[in-house]
Design a protein around this ligand. Structure first.
Ligand code: FES
Length: 591
């Protein structure tokens, strides 16, 4: 059931109140504005920084949650950009306080950044709750940082504006453009097939990441930045600005100015996020040909906001909205090109008739105002609705006896011949099993096989790693095979491509049917009919189920143990059960 069905009536555009907050109503007033011993201590500590009463009296305190770190090149510029945000806050009469948070560098954090998305969400929420903060600027962009920051901010409920890190410049190799991830996978396969040399490979390594900023294909980062803007939580056009463009600095300062007003207006995420704004975000996701990861994150964010959203809604909208952005991995260009073509505002202008333009944004105005004057300058990069890049759809949600609660695939990034296919399974029990076997010259595999990986889900990975673009066996690569049906309970990087079926729920680690697949079983996939079926009798499946024993737990203590005890499945957004929307938590006592 889609969430429109669960929420049959709503209006999105809520008129702002005519009155503005008074200084004594600021949350930070409880720390700095009262006349007692505790406030004396708080104020004296601000003076320790060299501040005077003019710096804080009656001014909103803005927390800048910054996910900069020395090991996250996607956010390498955010240390400097925080100064631009502060400039804007000061211009508008606020007091900026920068609060560093976990950086979640996608390529560096192991075993998976997804293990820590909820950690960042908790950190964001508690940083805001425990400090004298009236409003928040959320600085991030590398995959899980965006949902982590936004989920935490939704739960805290203070006015918040998201500042996207922005994509890096195009990669370059011998005059060819290179896209993060997508071209790494592509040339890795060419290297494994013996078609490029070690020297070529080293040159590609030096040319694929040319500037600070996020992956510059339509991966999870670009998708999530766009989706958050479509939800109304970022300034219009912010999400497409390349990280190193001077417009990015100006956008940061503008966000700093805007959050101060948002505090006076009490413009909280709860007033912006409505079912219709999530529909808008999903439509933009589909038109972008966005990452499958966005499904998990949007479900998690909606549920934090108390809005019921499930995978079926993505499938429904996928059938209505074709891919318009001609950006890798579904298309040809990169995010820098997308910006020059008109960026997210240009793309959303193509979808005008499909969007709810009354939805409120951080501007305090309806979405319609954000699209005023938006145009497309390069038609081969942003297509019109009547001339889409692909009608195959960015997302298909399949169900069947192998995935009772669903699984997803990205038809627009798959070889069309594999969208309807029946073949024998080649099953691996876990990642190490697959890694040991996949390149054996005597592997018994044909292009018609369906490669199956188990124990790669939220609990089994652990952290649902991005292993879902399972490797093509080397003997088939050498024979020229470049796509096969692949099936797992893992996620897939948004930069990945191919006929990969992901997010199988429930996962194999907890006894989902995927756990019982054996090599040689026939599996049938029909993306058009949204069906996946394991051709094994119910009796045989029951026999395998009764013989199955759960694998041992990954963690005995620490965060991992808490994660394992509380993590939800992919169709639920992989949030912790104790972080879902519920009673508003009390403000901390100030003693
Ligand atoms: Fe940071 Fe891709 S590695 S966005």
């Amino acid at each position: 059931m889609g969430f429109a069905a669960l929420n049959p009536s709503y209006t999105c555009h809520e008129l702002l109140p005519m009155t503005r907050k008074r200084p004594q109503e600021l949350r930070s007033h409880r720390w700095f504005g009262v006349n007692d011993l505790r406030a004396f201590g708080h104020r004296s500590r601000l003076r320790q920084f060299g501040y005077d009463s003019q710096d804080w009296s009656g001014k909103p305190v803005i927390g800048i949650i910054n996910t900069w770190s020395d090991i996250n090149a996607c956010h390498g510029h955010l240390r400097a950009r925080a100064e631009d945000v502060k400039r804007g806050i000061l211009q508008a009469g606020g007091l900026p306080i920068e609060l560093p948070a976990m950086s979640l560098a996608e390529p560096m954090v192991k075993p998976s950044t997804m293990l820590y998305r909820n950690f960042l969400a908790m950190e964001t929420e508690e940083l805001l709750r425990s400090h004298p903060i009236d409003g928040a600027v959320l600085m991030g962009g590398c995959d899980k940082t965006t949902p982590g920051l936004v989920m935490g901010a939704i739960s805290m409920g203070l006015p918040a504006i998201y500042v996207p890190a922005g994509p890096a410049l195009r990669g370059n190799w011998r005059g060819e453009t290179l896209g993060s991830g997508s071209d790494a996978w592509k040339y890795w396969d060419e290297k494994r097939a013996g078609n490029i040399t070690e020297k070529d490979w080293a040159e590609i390594e030096g040319g694929i990441a040319r500037s600070y900023g996020t992956c510059m294909v339509m991966g999870t980062a670009a998708t999530m930045m766009a989706v958050i803007e479509a939800l109304g939580l970022a300034l219009p056009g912010a999400s497409s600005i390349p990280a190193v463009d001077s417009n990015h600095m100006r956008m940061c300062a503008a966000a700093g100015r805007r959050i101060v007003d948002m505090v006076w207006e009490d413009l909280t995420p709860a007033r912006i996020l409505k079912p219709a704004s999530f529909d808008n975000a999903i439509r933009v996701h589909m038109a972008m040909g966005g990452s499958t990861n966005a499904i998990i994150h949007l479900i998690a964010m909606a549920r934090r906001a108390g809005i019921a959203l499930d995978m079926q809604r993505f499938d429904d909208i996928s059938r209505e909205v074709p891919v318009l952005a001609n950006v890798r991995p579904s298309g040809k260009y990169l995010m820098e090109d997308f910006y020059y073509a008109g960026g997210i505002r240009g793309l959303m202008a193509q979808l005008r008739e499909r969007l709810d333009l009354t939805c409120l944004t951080v501007t305090g105005k309806p979405l319609a105002d954000s699209l005023d004057g938006a145009r497309v300058h390069l038609r081969d990069i942003i297509h019109a609705l009547n001339d889409p890049v692909s009608t195959a759809g960015a997302t298909a949600v399949l169900t069947g006896n192998l995935a009772p609660r669903g699984c997803v695939m990205k038809p627009s990034a798959a070889d069309p011949r594999l969208l309807k296919h029946r073949g024998p399974a080649l099953a691996f029990e876990d990642y190490n099993h697959m890694a040991r076997e996949i390149d054996r010259d005597d592997l018994d595999v044909t292009p018609d096989h369906i490669i199956v990986l188990k124990n790669a889900g939220p609990k089994g990975g652990p952290g649902m790693p991005e292993w879902g673009m399972l490797p093509i066996p080397r003997k088939l690569l050498k024979a020229g095979v470049r796509d096969m049906l692949r099936l797992s309970d893992a996620r897939m990087s948004g930069t990945s491509y191919g006929a990969c079926i992901l997010h199988v729920a429930p996962e194999s680690y907890v006894g989902g049917p995927l756990a019982f697949v054996q090599t040689g079983d026939e599996i049938e996939v029909d993306a058009g009919a949204r069906r996946i079926h394991l051709h094994v009798t119910d009796e045989e499946l029951a026999r395998r189920r009764s013989a199955w024993r759960p694998p041992p737990p990954h963690y005995q203590r620490g965060y991992g143990a808490m994660y394992s005890a509380h993590i939800g499945q992919a169709d639920e957004g992989c949030d912790f059960d104790f972080l879902l929307a519920g009673e508003r938590l009390p403000e901390p006592e100030i003693h």
